[in-house]
Design a protein around this ligand. Structure first.
Ligand SMILES: [Zn+2]
Length: 356
């Protein structure tokens, strides 16, 4: 028998206590299980599938049959095992993923939250003991099903570090199986937290996923990571999946931030009273230079334009100034611009866009 190493975050609550129990391994061998070559059964567990346990068990024999001469490999979810006690409802049903991983789950937990009896796969009732439970085949890969079941049970699967693709597919599967995304992917829920953690690396993917399923509370914080996204690079497919409502919000997010930059740069430094060394005409040169520099910044404006970029561009205007008062006025104006740009919070624009 081989077990993979326990993920470090897995609590004792989820840690099975009967790992070496021979009755367990024999009693719950499903009738249709893969039978790999014997050598496979003794190899180390696959580290890429940390949420499952593989174990060998002698095939169940009857008094009439010959003694078993071959072994079977049954792979069971690490969290959703026959002896799991995640919920007050104990496992009484088995889901078999497309890659033949067994997930022992509670009928009541799955059924009570689903609006379509798990897409019609669940029976009307379930009163069988777990050893007689039916095995229900589902088309999802175990990576996806693992996320789906953790979400339905309301527990985090972060210890398995699921890939974004698995999380994305799980959201689609939850929808298909009749679960409320507004309830299960709400802020502070485990799946919401996991999806949002991918937003810095996959902002457009997370935003598109949120858009497709109208998960407003996920789209808003994710869009803050889209300031550096190049709108022309948005694929037709992503735009279609996003839909007009969220596509419009994405464009207005960029336009709103760019407009804010224009407003911040609009006014040149205040002129000072003319002196013997610096007349109004002399000061017009700085005003013209400010207008040119502002136009350059706005022309090249990106919603995520950095403060240092603005500061360095405008500070270069002071190189040829001969008047200390003009120089002081310029520095004061730059300080003011930088301050205003920092105040133009993304959240304010997001609020304006998403709540209108
Ligand atoms: Zn001056």
């Amino acid at each position: 028998m081989q077990f993979v190493q326990e993920p470090p975050e897995l609590s004792e609550e989820f840690a099975p206590s009967a790992r070496t129990c021979p009755e367990y391994t024999k009693a719950f061998v499903p009738s249709q299980i893969p039978t790999p070559p014997p050598s496979d059964t003794e190899t180390s567990p696959d580290p890429t599938t940390p949420f499952q346990d593989s174990f060998t068990a002698a095939q169940t024999s009857t008094p009439e049959s010959d003694p078993p001469d071959e072994t079977s490999l049954t792979t069971v979810s690490r969290t959703f095992r026959p002896d799991s006690r995640i919920h007050t409802y104990y496992p009484d049903l088995v889901l078999l993923s497309s890659d033949s991983i067994h997930f022992y789950i509670s009928y009541n937990v799955l059924y009570s939250l689903s609006s379509n009896a798990f897409n019609g796969l669940l029976p009307m009732s379930q009163n069988q003991p777990i050893r007689d439970a039916a095995v229900i085949n589902v088309p999802e890969h175990s990576d996806v099903l693992n996320v789906v079941l953790h979400t339905v049970y309301g527990v985090s699967c972060s210890q398995y570090a699921p890939a974004f693709e698995s999380l994305s597919a799980a959201v689609g599967a939850l929808d298909k199986y009749g679960y409320s995304l507004s309830q299960l992917v709400a802020p502070s829920t485990p799946l919401y937290t996991l999806l949002l953690s991918h937003a810095p690396l996959y902002p457009i993917e997370v935003y598109t996923l949120a858009s497709r399923h109208d998960i407003f509370d996920l789209a808003v914080p994710t869009s803050a990571h889209l300031l550096s996204f190049s709108l022309p690079s948005l694929s037709e497919d992503a735009a279609t999946r996003m839909g007009p409502k969220y596509l419009k919000r994405l464009f207005f997010l960029h336009l709103g931030r760019t407009d804010a930059l224009k407003r911040v740069l609009l006014s040149p430094p205040h002129p000072h009273p003319p002196t013997s060394n610096c007349s109004f005409d002399n000061q017009k040169g700085l005003t013209r230079a400010w207008a040119l520099a502002s136009a350059y910044l706005v022309w090249d404006a990106r919603p995520d334009m950095s403060v240092s970029m603005i500061e360095s561009t405008l500070s270069s205007l002071g190189k040829n100034l001969q008047c200390d008062t003009c120089e002081d006025g310029l520095q004061a104006r730059i300080k003011n611009v930088v301050g205003q740009w920092c105040v133009v919070k993304v959240s304010l624009i997001l609020h304006a866009i998403f709540h209108t």
